[in-house]
Design a protein around this ligand. Sequence first.
Ligand code: UTP
Length: 273
Amino acid sequence: MIETCLFPAAGYGTRFLPATKAMPKEMLPILTKPLIQYGVEEALNAGCRTMAIVTGRGKRSIEDHFDISYELEHQIKDTSKENLLTEIRNIMETATFSYTRQKEMRGLGHAILTGETLVRHNPFAVILADDLCYNDNVGVLTQMMKIYEKFRCCVVAIEEVNNDEVHKYGVIAANEVEDGVYKVYDMIEKPKKEEAPSNLAIIGRYILTPDIFNILRTTKPGINGELQITDALLELAKLGRVIGYKFKGIRYDCGSIDGFVRATNDFYQRMNQ
Ligand code: UTP
C-alpha cells in the first residue's frame, strides 16, 4: 500500500568521527551488516518495494552496497562463502533503489524535501537508518503501517525517554486515544527539560503524507538553523493529522557510541542463541 521508503542518509555523522570521515555513518556495521541494510530489510518486511535514498558527498559506498560487485561475485562463486551474499542478493532482487543528493546539509526536514522527486505525490515511509529497531516478530515499520491503514494520516514512532534526554529529540504533546496510540496536538524539537510537553520522543520512523512537502517549502529554519521535520509536522498536528505510536520493540541509537555498542552486543548475543 505504501510503496516507497525514504532514507535520509546525507548527514555528516560527526559523533562518529573519524570513522565517518570517508565512510557514511549508514555503512557502519552491526556484526556483518551495515545499518542501512537493516533499515532496508525492515522496509521490505513492511511491504515497501522502492527504497529512495537521500545521499550526499562521500556516500557512494551506499550505492555500491546495493549493486552487483562483479569481481567479488566471480571470485566467490561456487565456494563456501557464496552464501554470505544470499541476503543482500535477495534484497537487490526484490527492491528497487533510487538516489538523489542533498547538496547542503540543512537538516532532516530539508533532506526529506530533497526526496520529493523520488516520492512524488504518494504517502511514504521514512527510516533513519542510524536508529536501528529490533522486534522479535513484527517490525516497527510494519506496526506503523497498520496504524496508518486505520487513521490515514501521518504516523510518528515514539518512545518514552528520561527527562534528561528530551533535549535530543522532537517531543510531542498528545492525547492517548487507544493503548499506545496518541493524537498529537503539539510538538517541539529539542526542547529544554523545563519546556518539554512530555517525555514522549519521536524516533527515526515516520509515515508521511505528501502534503508535508508544501509545508516544508515554507517552514522556516528552526533549532540549530536547520529545517526541522518536527516544525513542519506541527502544522498537520494542529489539524489533528498526526498520530504518535508507541512501538513494540527496542531502538538502538546507533548514531551514538553507547547505542552502537549496545546494538552490537545484543545482536551478537541473539546470533549465538
Ligand atoms: P542526525 O543529526 O542524527 O545525523 O540526523 P548526523 O547529523 O549525520 O549526525 P551527527 O549528529 O553529526 O553525529 C538524523 C538523520 O537525518 C539525516 C542523517 O543522515 C541521519 O540519518 N540527515 C540529517 C540528512 O540526511 N541531512 C541533513 O541535513 C541532516
